[in-house]
Write a protein that binds this ligand. Structure first.
Ligand SMILES: Cc1cc2nc3c(=O)[nH]c(=O)nc-3n(C[C@H](O)[C@H](O)[C@H](O)COP(=O)(O)OP(=O)(O)OC[C@H]3O[C@@H](n4cnc5c(N)ncnc54)[C@H](O)[C@@H]3O)c2cc1C
Length: 403
């Protein structure tokens, strides 16, 4: 593991910090912090100018090739920029599905025409993307998707239901997995599509979460149309393409934090007059220790990417740790607030920011691959335990029992 940044990485950090110092006070930057309880569509609208500014100055797609509007940098540099942006309280997640997941997948598997059509508006925040992977019967076992796509001349006709689709209600495009060959085993008959969300065959029904927000939706696809030139990769070869998206998702989820920082926790303890409380101090020390450990795991992830290796189990460890850390910090914050921790909304300390964080925390243990799935990855790939039994791997999808 490399503990020290290379000279190039240190120079990059200095440049990034300098740029952020200049622009952190700009009107564009003010839009990028979500007000607790704010409607997500309204927030994304406010965050667009910051995304456009990042794209204009070459910071939006740091690891993207320069030919597609990126900086041609490394994944390590992208992580450094995220760290520096967080120091200024500037999260980078508002356009995450597009920039962190759809974009890199289009770069890896797309035709020149697809790259030309989709990448620039995506990077600039002009077109927002969502991820239409999960279904009522396919989540952890994603290869079980049963949404059907059937070829009709130059188009595909899609029927089925997706669920938990983050940001569906304000997205322009979706990355979609659909079954195109039910006679093939489940991993082999899936195709990856880029679907226009703004068409009559796409019906979006928002779901309300415990936070009160509607972050995700059910999406019903009824004779929705996708042109054949919006197939990403090979027909029936969508599983391999999806793996690119999921690897990027996991790395992003582990390395990204949009929530309050350790400094925010310390400030809260001081404001509440709790910084001399021995139990609070123990909690803060534990939070500091988690931050250090995550820093080291982050270095492992970065070392792998700087040496050209995809981060495998390291990203799973990081995701697991990030979810635990979010939960533990939120619990500590409410304990620090004492009786005020029971309030919600504008009457609560900091307008209920920590209450929102507390209520969101369990979702991070599920989104992007649940804790149990990350532990399976670690069991197999770090500890060398026998893999999960996969008895349905070679059976035609049509013959599999389904609920
Ligand atoms: C906030 C949030 C945002 C999301 N956004 C999106 C999105 O934008 N697009 C999208 O497509 N999906 C999205 N999802 C869905 C997410 O990917 C799935 O919820 C997740 O993959 C789990 O699938 P599931 O909900 O079907 O649960 P299941 O797969 O049914 O799992 C149920 C339980 O069984 C456990 N389990 C399942 N299989 C195993 C196993 N092999 N070994 C051990 N335990 C197992 C799980 O860990 C879980 O505890 C989002 C989810 C959340 C919470």
């Amino acid at each position: 593991m490399d503990f020290d940044e290379s000279a190039e990485e240190a120079a990059f950090r200095k440049e990034a910090r300098g740029w952020l110092e200049t622009y952190a006070g700009s009107d564009e930057a003010r839009g990028v912090t979500r007000v607790p309880g704010e409607d997500e569509a309204a927030f994304v609208e406010r965050a667009r100018p910051w995304q456009a500014l990042l794209a204009e100055h070459g910071w939006a797609g740091i690891a993207w090739p320069a030919a597609y509007g990126g900086r041609g940098g490394t994944a390590a540099e992208a992580a450094i920029f995220r760290e520096e942006a967080l120091r200024f309280g500037l999260p980078t997640g508002a356009f995450a599905v597009g920039v962190q997941m759809a974009g890199p997948t289009i770069i890896a598997h797309g035709t020149d025409e697809q790259k030309e059509r989709y990448l620039a508006p995506l990077l600039q925040g002009d077109e927002v993307w969502c991820q239409l992977f999960s279904e009522p019967g396919a989540g952890s076992d994603l290869a079980g998707v049963s949404t059907r796509a059937v070829r009709d001349g130059d188009e595909w006709v899609v029927n089925g239901q997706k669920v938990w689709t983050s940001g569906a209600h304000y997205s322009d495009f979706g990355i979609l997995l659909a079954r195109t060959d039910p006679d093939a085993p489940k991993h082999k008959g899936i195709t990856y599509f880029l679907i226009d969300m703004r068409q009559p065959g796409v019906e979006i029904r928002p779901l309300r979460q415990i936070t009160g927000a509607s972050h995700f939706s059910e999406v019903f696809l009824t004779d929705a149309r996708v042109p054949h030139d919006a197939v990403l990769g090979e027909v029936h070869g969508g599983w391999g393409v999806a793996m690119t998206t999921l690897a990027n998702e996991r790395a992003f989820m582990g390395g990204h934090s949009s929530g309050p920082t350790l400094d925010d926790l310390l400030a809260l303890a001081r404001d509440c007059g709790a910084s001399s409380d021995p139990l609070v101090r123990q909690g803060l020390a534990a939070a500091w220790s988690r931050k250090q450990i995550m820093g080291y795991i982050g270095m492992r992830v970065r070392t792998a990417t700087s040496h050209g290796r995809p981060p495998g189990p390291e990203a799973s460890v990081m995701k697991l740790m990030a979810a635990w850390n979010m939960k533990a910090n939120a619990e500590l914050a409410l304990a620090i607030e004492g009786a005020h921790g029971m309030l919600a909304g504008p009457g609560a300390p900091e307008q209920g920011r920590w209450q929102q964080h507390f209520l969101s925390a369990p979702s991070i243990r599920i989104a992007g691959g649940s804790d149990e799935i990350q532990r399976n990855v670690m069991g197999e790939r770090v500890l060398g335990l026998p893999p999960d039994p996969r008895v349905d791997k070679t059976v035609p999808f049509r013959d599999l029992p389904r609920g």
